[in-house]
Design a protein around this ligand. Structure first.
Ligand SMILES: [Zn+2]
Length: 288
């Protein structure tokens, strides 16, 4: 029972049925579902994290999803990148993921960006959405996405996983005092972003599939909460670390670095005066 409605001011009968199990949640309801339908989300990277995040966002009814990835699906991706099937090998990941999402939920719109988002194109994409998920696999992209989101004041949900370890970070740049990715992981000014090493490459360090699936799914959960205004972090920036072997979580509050070149108000290239925090970057174990 599928209809062709794309109206964002109402839900069709088919959509009421499709989303019925989440519509009954008091935090969501019809208005919440319409908020999801109106939402525009950019997912940078359609690998392991991106696959899981994209499937969850599409299934939940996020209305406009932009997928950016320059790479093609490889056979060795299929152990963990759940959006793809054996027949997708050789196809661009953004295109293959878009086809999968459209089959999953015909009520949503998907934009394919089969390239590495950089510079003005990245800034344009960030400006065109409400929220960004960083599901990329290299530091160069992470620093650039962080900077674009800070400048565009768009919330950023960042995930990472290697081996049995995972990280989840949310930076709500709608707030003037939000810490950023570069506060947490300061960039070495002696290196150009393109020299930055890949984050714990899956090629060299290995990865347990459910680790990226878990972290990607949690990125989608954080995104949905931000769209619905249910952010339990109240705009604070946290680094959450998950150990898949011990099943233990560690939550660390991230303070803004006043000297951060991206968000610190003392930074020489700061795009804007972002408040009065003078704290140095530091981790504070919240004991959560
Ligand atoms: Zn910063």
């Amino acid at each position: 029972m599928i209809d062709e409605t794309s109206a964002t001011e109402e839900l069709s009968a088919a959509e009421f049925l499709r989303y019925s199990r989440q519509l009954m949640l008091p935090e969501l309801g019809e208005e919440g579902q319409l908020q999801l339908k109106r939402a525009r989300v950019l997912v940078v990277g359609a690998g392991g994290l991106g696959s899981a995040a994209l499937l969850s966002l599409a299934a939940a009814g996020v209305g406009q999803i932009h997928i950016a990835d320059p790479d093609a699906v490889e056979l060795s991706n299929l152990q963990r990148q759940l959006a793809f099937e054996s027949g997708d090998v050789g196809i661009n990941k953004a295109k293959a993921a878009a086809a999968r999402l459209t089959r999953l939920n015909p009520h949503i719109q998907v934009q394919v960006l089969p390239l590495a988002l950089r510079g003005e194109l990245l800034a344009e994409q960030v400006a065109s959405v409400d929220l960004v998920l960083d599901c990329s696999d290299n530091l160069s992209t992470r620093y650039q996405v962080n900077q674009s989101c800070a400048e565009g004041q768009k919330p950023l949900v960042s995930g990472a996983a290697t081996g049995w370890q995972g990280q989840l970070m949310t930076f709500d740049f709608r707030r003037s005092d939000a810490a950023c990715y570069q506060c947490l992981f300061p960039f070495d000014a002696n290196l150009s972003p393109d020299d930055a090493m890949p984050i714990g490459s899956c090629r060299t360090l290995g990865i347990m599939g459910p680790m990226v699936n878990t972290l990607g799914t949690l990125q989608a959960l954080q995104a949905i909460k931000l769209i619905l205004g249910l952010d339990a972090d109240s705009g604070m920036s946290y680094l959450r670390r998950f150990n898949g072997l011990t099943m233990e979580w560690q939550t660390l509050a991230v303070a803004r670095d006043a000297d951060c070149p991206v968000c610190g108000y003392q930074g020489s290239s700061s795009p804007q005066n972002r408040g009065s925090s003078q704290r140095r970057s530091e981790y504070v174990d919240t004991g959560k």
